[in-house]
Design a protein around this ligand. Sequence first.
Ligand code: PLP
Length: 400
Amino acid sequence: MNMKEYIDEAEAALLHTYNRYQIVWDKGDGMYLYDIEGKKYLDFVAGIAVFALGYNNKAYNDALKAQIDKVIHTSNYYYNIPAIEAAKKLKKISGMDRIFFTNSGAEAVEGALKAARKYAFLRDGHTDHEIIAMNHSFHGRTFGALSVTGNPHYREAFEPMIGNVKFADFNDFESVRAQVTDKTCAIIFETIQGEGGIYPATQDFIKQVRALCDERDILLILDEIQCGMGRTGTMYAWQRYGVKPDIMTNAKAIGCGVPVGAFMMTEHVAQHSLTSGDHGTTYGGNPLACAAISKVIDLFEEQDILKNVNETGAYLYEKLDALAAKYDGIKAHRGVGLMQGLECEEAVSGVINKAVEKGLLLINAGTNIIRFIPPLIVSKADVDNMIAIVDACFAELNEG
Ligand SMILES: *Cc1c(COP(=O)(O)O)cnc(C)c1O
């Protein structure tokens, strides 16, 4: 079958919840993806900040194959070595104390919210606790995660959400404080807002929220699903702020393509929240998923991924700054490490579509922002190649 025939079959069988690019993938290698007609694409999307190690990493593939030949799944009624290894390594890189493995980011958020409610319940026995979340946030599509997602467009048709969620403005401490009551059990935000447009938390904001949480015994939940796992040059984005969350969520790059997530907490929260029978999952933490996490963390160290993020991230920053200075249509440039965005005057779908034609994958964040979230193995030469294409796209659109 050719590409068009596959796409027609997909559209006949799959629920129409996505507007997909007209590409059917065959395989990937390093920074490149290849479609079934052999066209090669430089990838600055990484499967939405997932494939940190690049495609077809041999050591990673071999680790998965070895685990497949041993055992793929056994359930949480028993222990398995990959989960033990993965949990130990996650504790080490995060400094958190206890891990619960999930299958996705949204589920990690669900678990974090449940832990926060249970913590407050054990403290005062009430069942009307409130959560404060941020406008323009994104935490996932399940009901709990959607309820703390500050984008009414995603929520509207599915109301009512879970109750007692209040929204404040990100990076505006007074707006957060104004929402706090005696019932507040948690404040949740992304350390760097991803889908909302690549907005890093300011140092003041995060410190002030942390202090407020300490003062009122409110749990700080940081969503690191997109900005975590090395993307900003530290294993977790919060690590550069000198604060620590009580609960954090992780997913996307943690398994580098195997669907997995985790929520992690301090010992104090663990001792005063979820306990036997409170939460569970059939697949979460299965041997195959955890073999992936375990190998990903090893390879981050062996390949010195953070060093590359810091070096190539700084280079990307310079180059995008230069591009922003060159075109009036680019309003702002933001981001850290390999999570950056260009905010444009107009919708960016035109630029992105042109880039795709020229063999470069990019994605938007909102309608006006181009998001740059490449695999973390990206080189300066890859950045140069990407910039040349984006430059050409802007130039052509300016002429047109
Ligand atoms: C992607 C994302 C999620 C949801 O993760 P899924 O695996 O798609 O459920 C939650 N929070 C943030 C910040 C994300 O970027």
